[in-house]
Ligand binder design. Sequence first.
Ligand code: GDP
Length: 199
Amino acid sequence: MSQNSPLQISFVESASRTHTLPEATVEVAFVGRSNVGKSSLINAIANQKQLARVSNTPGRTQLINLFSLDEGDGKGTLVDLPGYGYAKAAKSVRNDWPAMIEGYLLERDYLVMVFILVDGEIGPTKLDQQMLDWLRYNEVPHTVVATKHDKVRSSKRATRKKDLAAGCQLDKGDIVWVSSTKGVGVDVLRSLVRSHLLS
Ligand code: GDP
């Protein structure tokens, strides 16, 4: 299996509570504001059109969706967490981030990396920054992935990359830029996921 080939991912189940989640070996999770491009990215790394949407049918978006990565030489779990910032009245991540997600991020023994998705065109938003602060404060290992690279005009990219990194209090090189639409950075993310789940 080449490092860049699509991840061999299949849907396992949706769960509404962390204590009913199945046991795992090793796990990575994806979080981000609603509409950040999380479903599109999960579909892109698996090269499947409907994988993430299968479980994200209307009314079920607040569930934790589990996918397994099984490539013969190793097994791991990808977890698609509910998007935050969906409630109009939300004042902070703390208010609209269900307790189950905090519990998951703090207590899930198998979790080795959280990919926090930030909209590359507009982010990080205040909610993203609060989420990042929360992850840092709680020492949850995380990597920032900036989505929708194709939506940033090439003449503006250098500045946008600098500003997004600064908004996340990170260096430019710490951020993985992706475009699910154009395939930019998808190979980088695939090999990162593999390095966490299969090594
Ligand atoms: P989710 O709510 O985070 O799962 O986001 P979706 O994957 O459903 O994407 C939200 C919207 O952004 C949809 O209209 C997608 O078509 C669009 N989108 C997602 N990824 C990209 C991308 O890489 N480039 C562009 N131009 N649009 C994207």
